[in-house]
Design a protein around this ligand. Structure first.
Ligand code: MEV
Length: 324
């Protein structure tokens, strides 16, 4: 029997185990300004991932297990605004499932939480895809991203939608809020070192603080957002033309504007400085800021030296990633 949503109840195989995973992400340019309609560039980070698997449960109910946050609970015991529970409910609702099958949804993630690497969006995307597959349905990317966007609102109020977009499509993106995703063409691969300040910083707080700044003096901050938008457009051109070395200066300027927006921190500034001194072509914070991660553009052979310098300057973790 196939219902209106295209969901084939008889084809769904409750004994099968369905697994899906989603990468982390970094914002190359344009964070915060993107919330105010300016463009931003983001790329997936495949070195870290969130994974969800769904299988039949011997206990009645829909069970959620996420050992990294110490969660094991039945769906009906979790509040409406619990992001993981909301992701599960959104799948049942979009597929018109009134009586869900007994199942266990297990979530694992190697993406550091509250660090600007998109862990919340990656968990949502993995859960949505795995659960839909378990229910015998393959949701199109557009629908997955739209459902994950609703969960992003629980994480941080007024998200631009960039995290769920880059993570769902797992491709470099040029993103403008409310517009269809544009793929960012990468003319020549380039290397980034990612440094984690080790300070968890919920995006909700920095986004809220920028909102308060903007409300107090819109013309001043609109000008800053316009300057960031200009950087994003120039960066896109350089990336598409394979002229990636020019991105270093743009990163430095973008970081200075983020400092002006008050979303950097002593720890992030120290890491950015350390990367530059170790030979990075440019560096900036990435994501919500205050804590979390920063990125440095490097010549490939210089990546280990910059990573070492970041650790010496207090980074708790580094990652070398290639954008291509
Ligand atoms: C978070 O990854 C990026 C921000 O611009 C917030 C958003 O776009 O929703 C800080």
């Amino acid at each position: 029997m196939v219902d209106d949503s295209g969901y084939d109840r008889q084809a769904a195989d409750w004994s099968a185990r369905m697994t899906a995973s989603a990468p982390g992400k970094i914002i190359l340019f344009g964070e915060h300004a993107v919330v105010y309609g300016r463009p931003a560039l983001a790329v997936p980070v495949t070195e870290v991932r969130a994974t969800a698997s769904v299988q039949r449960s011997t206990d009645p109910g829909v069970w959620l297990e996420a050992p990294v946050i110490g969660l094991r609970a039945e769906l009906s015991c979790l509040p409406q605004d619990h992001p993981l529970a909301a992701a599960v409910r959104s799948v049942f609702s979009t597929l018109d499932i009134e009586t869900p099958p007994d199942c266990v949804i297990h979530v694992d993630s190697t993406i550091p939480v509250a660090s600007g690497l998109g862990s919340g969006a990656a968990v949502s995307v993995a859960v949505i895809r795995a659960l839909a597959a378990y229910l015998g349905h393959r949701l199109p990317d557009e629908r997955v991203s739209a459902l994950a966007y609703e969960i992003e609102k629980l994480h941080h109020g007024t998200p631009s939608g960039i995290d769920n977009t880059v993570i769902t499509y797992a491709q470099p993106v040029y993103f403008v809020r409310g517009q269809a995703m544009e793929r960012l063409q990468v003319g020549a691969p380039f290397t980034l070192v990612i440094g984690n300040s080790g300070i968890p910083a919920p995006t909700k707080e920095s986004v809220g603080d920028v909102r308060r700044l903007w409300e107090a003096d819109p013309p001043r901050w609109e000008k800053v957002f316009d300057q960031i938008a200009d950087i994003v457009r120039r960066a896109r051109e350089l990336i598409e033309n394979g002229a990636w070395r020019g991105l270093g200066k743009l990163m430095d300027t973008n970081h200075a504007l983020l400092q002006e927006l008050t979303v950097s921190s002593e720890a992030l500034d120290r890491l950015v400085e350390a990367a530059r001194r170790a030979g990075a072509l440019g560096a900036k914070l990435s994501g919500g800021g205050r804590g979390g991660n920063m990125i440095a553009l490097v010549e490939r052979q210089n990546a280990p030296v910059v990573a070492e310098a970041l650790l010496a300057a207090g980074a708790t973790q580094t990652m070398i990633t290639q954008v291509d």
